[in-house]
Design a protein around this ligand. Structure first.
Ligand code: H57
Length: 429
């Protein structure tokens, strides 16, 4: 049942390609943090279904009522160094934090209005200054999430029709008075920004999205624009939240995903994905050509939920050993999925990601390139014997690997094949 896809692996990007760092990173940290962490999924004593940061919309909370939450926002345990260290420990290479989500509240110092974390809270503090500094210190790319379309606070923003009648809205005014001035602040006050992660394009026209994109590129030409700027204008593609592609994706993709069922913190969402699930999902996505942007939702005190910390560290421990098979790799030059696992590649190496212990004699069909060595990542001492032959019936190349002595480590054990040249793969029946 092995059908290889005849397709060249992605050519290395030119040195000056602005997407280069993003393609090589493969794994990033998403952070959803805002006023919604205070109600944390509970409003007037009732648990509100759906993702926590959509509370205001779900309950049609009037702007004045929701804005009053700011008076309670004083995160005594916020520790930018610890958040960035957690990203590092997890093996994440970039960090995307909500500068402004759909509720319209700026989580940084803005001069556009007083609806922000410095002016409206007793904390009077701009956490993005700390995060920018720590990202610089610890070598993580800083990126900002910015909701360019939905804004339930600005009278001209999309989707708050309980405070503001839809007919009276002037989106151009919202872009002029809020979106662009705030983007200018984000792109001029925090040093180099890896990308602006725009989200949920629902009402803006192609011309409006294009003008936002141009605005970003004018201020920071190398800053990326996420796929959800809309109208196909992003620097890369974004499928829907938590999307797991069935097969290989053409071009540049990123799956953003939750650890439980919410982005913004909820007190009662305890259904966490397992570390094993996260590791195999990372492998699956990378083997199909997608980055994995995995979310944490710190609580209103600035504490990252312990189950999130524990799982991210487990992923990081796996990457510590197996990162060679993830960072800077291209998708499988073979078919997308194998019953035994997945494949990634980089230069003259193929990485076989086994989801379960392989048979003692393992066969891989269709590889024309000569194999020099086969070794498990993190266990370089032992080389496994290989033999390359041609199937008499089909004429196709077969690689046999003798895995005697391989110690399978759950959930994914990676075997690196060093090849004599870049992998050349046969099309197969
Ligand atoms: O920031 C996170 C995630 C990264 N994207 C946001 C979420 O808050 C959600 C995107 N939601 C997509 C979407 C498109 C239309 C509406 C939701 C309630 C009632 C109608 C809807 C939701 Fe739908």
């Amino acid at each position: 049942d092995i059908s290889a896809v005849k397709q060249p692996t992605r050519r290395p990007a030119p040195q000056n390609d602005p997407l280069r760092w993003w393609r090589e990173s493969r794994f990033g940290m998403f952070i959803h943090w805002g006023l919604y962490a205070i109600p944390a999924g509970v409003w007037q004593g009732q648990r509100v279904p759906y993702i926590g940061e959509w509370m205001m919309f779900r309950e049609k909370i009037p702007v004045a009522t929701y804005a009053a939450l700011a008076a309670q926002f004083h995160p005594r345990h916020f520790d930018a160094a610890a958040w960035v260290r957690l990203a590092k420990q997890a093996g994440m290479r970039y960090l995307v934090i909500t500068a402004k989500h759909h509720d319209g509240f700026a989580m940084y110092r803005t001069s556009v209005n007083r609806y922000n974390v410095v002016d409206a809270t007793p904390w009077h503090h701009d956490p993005m200054v700390d995060l920018a500094r720590e990202c610089r210190r610890q070598g993580v790319r800083l990126c900002f999430y910015y909701s360019q379309d939905l804004d339930w606070h600005h009278p001209d923003g999309a989707w708050n029709d309980w405070d503001y009648p839809a007919a009276a809205k002037n989106p151009a005014r919202y872009l002029r008075e809020k979106v662009k001035p705030q983007l200018r602040e984000l792109l001029t006050r925090y040093g180099p920004v890896g990308m602006i992660w725009f989200d949920t394009p629902l009402t803006l026209t192609k011309a409006q999205s294009a003008s936002i994109r141009r605005f970003v590129k004018k201020l920071q030409p190398r800053c990326l624009v996420s796929g959800r700027i809309g109208h196909g204008l992003g620097d890369y593609n974004l499928p829907r939240d938590n999307f797991l592609p069935p097969g290989r994706l053409e071009g540049d993709w990123e799956t953003c995903a939750t650890l439980n069922h919410t982005w913004g913190f909820k007190t009662h969402d305890h259904e966490w994905k397992s570390a094993e699930n996260l590791i195999t999902t990372l492998v699956d996505l990378v083997s199909k050509g997608a980055n994995y942007l995995l979310n944490i939702g710190p609580d209103a005190d600035g504490v990252v939920p312990a189950p999130s910390v524990q799982r991210l560290r487990a992923v990081g421990a796996w990457l510590e050993r197996n990162g060679d098979a993830i960072y800077g790799t291209s998708p499988s030059p073979f078919r997308n999925e194998f019953s035994w696992g997945r494949i990634t590649t980089k230069g003259r190496r193929l990485f076989l990601h086994f989801f379960s212990a392989p048979p003692k004699i393992f066969h891989l069909h269709g590889l024309r390139t000569r194999v020099r060595t086969a070794r498990a990542l993190g266990d370089a001492r032992r080389a496994f014997a290989t033999r390359q032959t041609t199937d008499a019936a089909t004429g196709l190349p077969i690689l046999a690997i003798d895995f005697t002595g391989l110690r399978f480590r759950a959930p994914v054990t990676v075997v690196a094949l060093d090849l004599a040249a870049a992998p050349d793969v046969e099309p197969q029946p």
